[in-house]
Ligand binder design. Structure first.
Ligand SMILES: Nc1nc2c(ncn2[C@@H]2O[C@H](COP(=O)(O)OP(=O)(O)OP(=O)(O)O)[C@@H](O)[C@H]2O)c(=O)[nH]1
Ligand SMILES: [Mg+2]
Length: 278
């Protein structure tokens, strides 16, 4: 297994502000599997303050049923934000995205900043809009190909896209901050987030663990042990299962969508209803 020791670079809010100031439209890229945890209210506020146009792009929509992507789109549109969904790696949804960008921008040429948490598919969206692979991409945070610095790409004659490194994931809840903020190799404790991921996977798609690992077990800790044993990962000292390595595998497999589940929009809606009553 390859281990990437390089320090991951994220975009600072200072440079993000600089980039947004120079843009007309900001695409906030979220992951269709969990759009709320990969959404940044801080970014949305910043875009509003700088008087720029915001578009939410729900990417990786191939990983959720179509009606789920539609529902998320409806939710965000009702919140007043133009939204489209896309499967960037399959170049699906690009025509509507292009149309949405042109509708919200008031003039041409249009400068568009593509912004979002690490690994939401910002660079893939640029490639999909360009129609060929120009921006480098990668599956795991910090692995070779992730975006290290902002870069401008031209698409056609009137569209300029700025690719950016991931935003520091401080808001998406602890799990997203941990798994998107560092390469899995650099996590001091990969077991805690992996257990959280497994709990979610089992809750939202009870078959996910069986499908990914052929293991029929519902205790997350035991699942880690079984994965380690299956792959022969043991501590040299006492031959106990090396669960840290199994935990890193879980995190990688979530990024690569081998561990498949998604958060249903209803959960967000009922939470919203509850908090608006209080
Ligand atoms: N299933 C699926 N995978 C996608 C999609 N778009 C991108 N990916 C994958 O997600 C991973 C991350 O994509 P990138 O385009 O590198 O994401 P990024 O947001 O630019 O990542 P950073 O630059 O590291 O912040 C890659 O492995 C892509 O192949 C999509 O629509 N569907
Ligand atoms: Mg990138």
């Amino acid at each position: 297994m390859q281990v990437y020791k390089s320090r991951m670079k994220l975009v600072s809010w200072k440079s993000l502000t600089w980039i947004i100031k120079r843009s007309d439209v900001v695409l906030e890229v979220v992951d269709a599997r969990d759009p709320i945890a990969t959404r940044s209210y801080r970014l949305e506020k910043l875009v509003k303050k700088l008087d720029k146009k915001l578009v939410i792009v729900i990417n990786k929509s191939d990983l959720v049923p179509r009606h789920i992507a539609e529902k998320w789109k409806k939710i965000f549109v009702e919140e007043g934000i133009p939204t489209t969904y896309i499967a960037a790696n399959q170049h699906k949804g690009t025509r509507i995205l292009r149309k949405t960008i042109k509708e919200v921008a008031e003039f041409s040429p249009i400068v568009v900043a593509v912004v979002g948490f690490p690994k939401t598919g910002k660079s893939s969206i640029i490639n999909a809009l360009k129609g060929r692979h120009s921006a480098s991409t990668s599956p795991i945070p910090g692995s070779p190909g992730y975006t290290v610095q902002a870069r401008l790409y031209r698409v056609g004659r009137t569209l300029y896209l700025i690719d950016t490194p991931g935003i520091i994931p401080v808001e998406g809840g602890e799990l997203e901050s941990v798994i998107r903020g560092k390469p899995p190799e650099q996590l001091d404790d990969p077991v805690k987030p992996a257990i959280q991921l497994l709990r979610r996977a089992l809750k939202y798609n009870p078959r996910s663990v069986k499908e990914a690992y052929g293991i029929e077990e519902t205790d997350p800790y035991r699942i880690l042990e079984l994965i380690a044993l299956k792959r022969g990962w043991r501590y040299k000292s006492d031959r106990e299962p090396l669960i840290e390595e199994a935990a890193r595998t879980i995190i990688r497999d979530y990024h690569e969508a081998k561990l498949r589940f998604y958060i249903p929009p209803e959960e967000y809606l009922s939470r919203k209803r509850r908090t608006s009553i209080v």
